[in-house]
Write a protein that binds this ligand. Structure first.
Ligand code: KG4
Ligand code: ZN
Length: 345
């Protein structure tokens, strides 16, 4: 019988993380906070033909890849399934059909090995990626979270509690990068292609900054910025003017990134918290990383920045968040289901 109350908590557990919420099938192994392996099989090239993620294609690709990616991660880590102390898996948010593949695989493994199953919220995974950068990292810290569906600044007070200091009131930063990519005729995945195009441009196009002015609360808006880019391009087209796409991309990137960086630094200084971390796909943006490093240095803040490959979707971050839940004895039972949307708090 699978009884979650019977599991003992070990000091440095070996945890397998599994991620399948979108178009990346990923598996990773950690021992305590040490990352032993991280593998990804992506269907992004297949999805690019359709200009975005087709859920059915993602589900099928996960089904074909999940066994292989787990085997690759175990092999690289030099551990066998029998060495595993727990399996942490993304149960939401994401595409239901895609999530169910990783979840079913993780449940079967946990049941067969009689080890704890840990339910991981994908977004909290992005926030936990920083723990793998610095094994000594301890709360409190301020986090800049920016992914395809979320944009927020958070104050983590202890390993499993955080407060949302501010966030977007409409679209997420990553979603805006993807939309602007489409407007500029760039292929999927959008964000990184906008960054490439922006590297040849200058921030000379006047666009609204992504921070809401005159608000009591810390609020960002990406919908207005995105619309301003669309309008700029359409107006130029109607007038028969040629648009310097590199300048548009660079100006958009500047307007999207600078307010986030300034705000996270301001929050840390205001609250007297000396450490800043970051997570989510947009944090892979080179300009954002440079700005964050520059501004944190200027303000005397310590910056813990995951490598780019641990900012975009991966399973190392799922294992890292799994460890935080494991240490609290937060185990899931086998009735765990996938959830398409989970509120940040
Ligand atoms: O965290 P993530 O991989 O998936 C979600 O959980 O959403 O984030 C994906 C988002 C996409 O919107 C993508 O355009 C954006 O992150 N992104 C970037 C870059 N790489 C990925 N945005 C700007 N610059 C990048 N280099
Ligand atoms: Zn993600």
């Amino acid at each position: 019988m699978y009884d979650i109350k019977s599991f003992k908590i070990k000091k440095k557990p070996v945890i397998l993380g599994i991620e399948s919420s979108c178009d990346e099938t990923a598996a990773a192994v950690i021992r305590g906070r040490k990352l032993l392996s991280s593998k990804i099989i992506s269907s992004a090239t297949e999805q690019a033909k359709y200009g975005g993620v087709v859920p059915e294609i993602a589900s099928r690709a996960h089904t074909e890849a999940v066994d292989e990616v787990v085997c690759l991660a175990l092999e690289e880590a030099g551990v066998s399934v029998k060495d595993l102390d727990a399996v942490a898996v993304t149960y939401g948010a994401g595409l239901l059909g895609a999530l169910l593949v990783g979840l079913s695989f993780a449940k079967s493994l946990a049941y067969a090995l009689n080890i704890p199953l840990i339910a991981v919220n994908h977004i909290r995974g992005h926030m936990a990626a920083a723990y793998l950068v610095d094994e000594e990292l301890k709360p409190p810290f301020i986090t800049l979270l920016a992914s395809g569906g979320h944009t927020a600044i958070l104050h983590t007070s202890d390993y499993t509690h955080f407060e949302v200091l501010g966030g977007t009131c409409d679209d997420a930063a990553g979603g805006a990068f993807d939309k602007v990519a489409r407007v500029l005729g760039l292929s999927y995945p959008g964000g990184v292609n906008v960054e490439r195009l922006a590297s040849d441009g200058k921030p000379v196009v006047a666009l609204p900054k992504a921070k809401v002015k005159n608000s009591e609360e810390l609020k960002f808006s990406y919908s207005g910025l995105k619309t301003a880019v669309i309008n700029y391009c359409h107006t130029a087209e109607q007038r028969g003017d040629t648009v310097n796409k590199s300048d548009v991309a660079c100006s958009f990137q500047y307007a999207a990134v600078v307010p986030l960086v300034q705000s996270v630094v301001e929050c840390a200084v205001k609250l007297g918290v000396g450490t800043v971390t970051a997570g989510g796909g947009v944090i892979a943006n080179g300009f954002l990383r440079e700005e964050l490093a520059k501004e944190c240095k200027k303000a005397g803040l310590k910056l813990i920045l995951p490598e780019k490959k641990y900012c975009t979707d991966n399973a190392a971050m799922i294992a890292a968040e799994g460890l935080l839940q494991y240490n609290e004895g937060n185990f899931a039972d086998l009735s765990l289901n996938a959830v398409a949307a989970i509120p940040l708090k």
